[in-house]
Design a protein around this ligand. Structure first.
Ligand SMILES: *[C@@H]1O[C@H](CO)[C@@H](O)[C@H](O)[C@H]1NC(C)=O
Ligand SMILES: *[C@@H]1O[C@H](CO)[C@@H](O)[C@H](O)[C@H]1NC(C)=O
Ligand SMILES: *[C@@H]1O[C@H](CO)[C@@H](O)[C@H](O)[C@H]1NC(C)=O
Ligand SMILES: *[C@@H]1O[C@H](CO)[C@@H](O)[C@H](O)[C@H]1NC(C)=O
Length: 226
């Protein structure tokens, strides 16, 4: 079964480089041939792609989905003490952004979420294991201002607009809608959503923890622009 999928994958992908995917779930191996076929032909329209949740407010009127990216990095936290009397406080994040528009353009939200879950267990940089191009970085300019720098689209600084707990909220950071703020923004991006989160939640208390620490995570980011 596995070898026949690998064979058909190799046959379809002859025109483009064929990276290796150690440990990739079988369901994902099934969709990769289509990914390479679409990427090679440039048919990666986002017209049919919708946000994979109705638990957050819809994108603002008149916006268009411009990019779907997988983020892979850390959520950062601080602790006032190393005792159970204190709880970890969010303190920004740092993540690499990988272009998942083509993957999102033909796969369903579950396929993309499966890829994101796979990616959480992998290094934060490409290192030959990721088929998706590295296109930018997510970081914080201050504790309440997430920023996304994308090589093609420019910089977008935002504020949190709405949150919804992840399906597994003890392990996975919340799903978010972020709204642009004009200061620091050079792109036409207006809304950014964080969904399909994998990990990133801190321990329940600061017991035994250092004053600053990080928790590995992955998530899908949907960028809507004017
Ligand atoms: C978050 O942690 C990363 C390490 O993953 C570090 O490089 C970055 O500076 C930290 N950001 C903040 C705001 O503390
Ligand atoms: C992401 O990939 C799509 C499909 O290959 C491409 O059209 C688009 O320009 C890329 N976007 C960015 C921001 O790199
Ligand atoms: C969220 O965004 C909507 C639409 O722009 C706005 O009406 C609302 O006040 C915002 N809510 C918060 C909490 O920022
Ligand atoms: C939530 O995630 C944790 C860590 O991955 C896992 O151990 C647990 O089984 C998950 N719970 C549910 C209900 O999926």
């Amino acid at each position: 079964m596995r070898s026949s999928i690998l064979l058909s994958f190799a046959a379809l992908a002859t025109a483009v480089p064929t990276p290796q995917f150690p440990g990739l779930p079988l369901g994902l191996l099934n969709i990769l041939p289509k990914y390479f076929e679409n990427a090679a032909s440039g048919s990666c329209s986002l017209n049919q792609v919708t946000l994979p949740t109705s638990a957050l407010p819809a994108p603002d009127a008149g916006l268009t989905l411009a990019l779907v990216a997988v983020g892979r990095g850390t959520q950062n936290y601080t602790c006032a003490s190393s005792t159970s009397a204190d709880k970890p406080t969010p303190n920004g994040a740092l993540a690499n952004l990988f272009n998942a528009s083509c993957l999102a353009s033909y796969s369903n939200a579950n396929d993309l979420a499966m890829y994101t879950r796979y990616k959480e267990g992998k290094p934060k940089t490409q290192q030959g294991q990721y088929p998706l191009p590295l296109i930018g970085e997510h970081y914080f300019v201050d504790s309440t201002t997430p920023s996304f720098f994308l090589n093609v689209l420019g910089a977008t600084e935002l504020k949190k607009n709405a949150t919804a707990p992840a399906p597994n909220a003890t392990a996975d950071v919340a799903w978010l809608k972020l709204e642009v703020q004009q200061a620091g923004t050079t792109s036409t991006v207006q809304n950014v959503y964080r969904v399909n989160t994998v990990a990133g939640q801190p321990p329940a208390t600061c017991d035994g923890l250092q004053s600053t620490f990080t928790v590995e995570y992955a998530a899908d980011y949907y960028f809507y622009s004017s």
